[in-house]
Design a protein around this ligand. Sequence first.
Ligand code: APR
Length: 288
Amino acid sequence: MGNDGEPHKNKYEEIINLLKTNQLKNITFITGAGISTAAGIPDFRSSNGLFAQTQKKYNLSNPAQFFQIGLFYSHPEYFYDFCKNVEKQINSCKPTKAHLFQGFLCQKGLVRRIFTQNVDGLEIKAGCPKELCTFAHGRIDVAGCPECLRDYDIEELKKKIYNDEIAYCEKCKKPIKPKVVFYGEYLPQSYFDSFADITKTDCAIIMGTSLEVYPFNRLPCNVPNDSWRVLINLVKVSGAFFTTNRLKFDNEYKKDCFIQGYTDDVIQKIVDDCGWTNEFNEYCSKFK
Ligand code: APR
């Protein structure tokens, strides 16, 4: 039998009832690039995503190569060129309903932690308190040396980038970059320091991610067995392939719920079904 022995015939209705009666008080979010596509920022692995774009533009041998630290060290100008375009795009972007919903629930005091792989910082623009956000793959608005980890001023780095110059670390002479985590780099300590929050959640809402990347994709597997795991995504994903507690949606005794669709559309439906439409619209109007 399942955790509570009861079959969950209509998991979506159960989630809505728990949300609107404020029975979920330790919600965690686990998010990826899919929640920012509605803001105009491409994701990574979709057919027109950043992998396809960068592989074609720089004639790379494999899709993820652009984000490997080895390529950055040999061709820092590639990522600098990329930053010029992405930075302008990100600065002009507004948070999506998926970001705003996180801020809305934070305001209600129902959120324990937001774990995101995204570096665009739209969670902060949506009113999510910084202390509740774990940017597992770093942030584009801070700079540092990937080798010796020395911090640098992002504005100074931007000047170099826009002047088509490479900025080098004074200490170890490696090229410096915005502190987004590349393949071959460690995740920030803040990820490991906040990891325990996932083991205390009563509901993990997983949005807009392929759950392809380790160790971030371990998060869903560490949600307590008697807690809910809600996937809101265009496609069904299950998390780290080598672990036992992967997402299993077809088992009516497991508290795993898959809601297929565009995150913004699903969020709007959840808000409406919880009777929060006006309250949410009022919250969103503050961030127009
Ligand atoms: N609504 C719902 N789902 C969406 C939407 C949307 N509007 N747009 C995209 N998706 C889905 C895609 O179908 C895909 O399943 O979101 C997922 C995005 O997956 P990826 O492109 O792999 O992005 P992400 O999971 O964030 O990638 C993780 O990979 O390269 C590394 O460090 C990089 O942080 C990144 C990590």
